[in-house]
Design a protein around this ligand. Structure first.
Ligand SMILES: [Zn+2]
Length: 205
């Protein structure tokens, strides 16, 4: 409403039904309807930019500053994607020189889980929950899940190194990835909360 009043001060704000009907007007035929729900990975900066955009949309303030910061952050993301693609391609082309491992926790999985949806009688509190840990093995070019019971072990460097030990062991047990002398690891928050233990672990390997 504040946005409308700011942009069209002489026209009264239309009702909700007018807005809803307008959505199906032929002028908007190029807009894709009913998109599938999906989640972007977002960092703290993305969240604060989202906040500023929402507040700026209502107040009309901070717009130029927001657009500048948003473009700068978009550039950061794009640059990071280029680095990521570079290592994906380099490691898959030269598995005898580089081992690349990408790893991240994914959304929890509740069992028993029959078919595509839970039984009505299966209360969520009585399910066994697993955290699928998604890991990319560059020498074979495949993604694998490693299932760990939720809340069984503390999240942190110890658990991380234990899982990573078996991933790297797998790489070192087959050719040509066992010849590589350089390991590249892409994982979230690696430098923030697990840094020292992880680097000590990789050095030890
Ligand atoms: Zn971000």
């Amino acid at each position: 409403m504040p946005w409308w009043q700011r942009n069209f001060p002489e026209i009264p704000v239309p009702g909700v039904s007018t807005m809803t009907k307008g959505r199906h007007h032929s002028d908007f035929s190029d807009v894709i309807g009913n998109r599938k729900k999906h989640h972007h990975n977002q960092c703290d900066k993305c969240h604060s930019l989202d906040d500023r955009r929402a507040r700026g949309f209502a107040s009309g303030l901070d717009r130029e500053e927001y657009e500048r910061d948003n473009a700068a952050h978009d550039k950061e993301i794009e640059d990071w994607r280029i680095v990521e693609r570079y290592w994906m391609m380099t490691a898959s082309q030269s598995p005898h020189l580089y081992n690349l491992v990408c790893a991240d926790d994914t959304e929890k999985l509740c069992l028993p889980h029959w078919g595509t949806r839970n039984f009505k009688s299966t209360a969520s509190s009585s399910t066994v929950r697993f955290i699928p840990w998604l890991v990319f093995d560059s020498s074979n070019g495949i993604w694998r899940y490693l299932y760990q019971p939720k809340n069984m072990w503390r999240k942190g460097a110890n658990r991380y190194c234990t899982s990573m030990y078996y991933v790297i062991k797998g790489l070192k047990e087959r050719a040509p990835s066992n010849q590589a002398r350089t390991l590249v690891v892409i994982a979230d928050n690696l430098s923030e909360n697990k840094c020292n233990v992880n680097f000590a672990f990789y050095s030890g390997m």
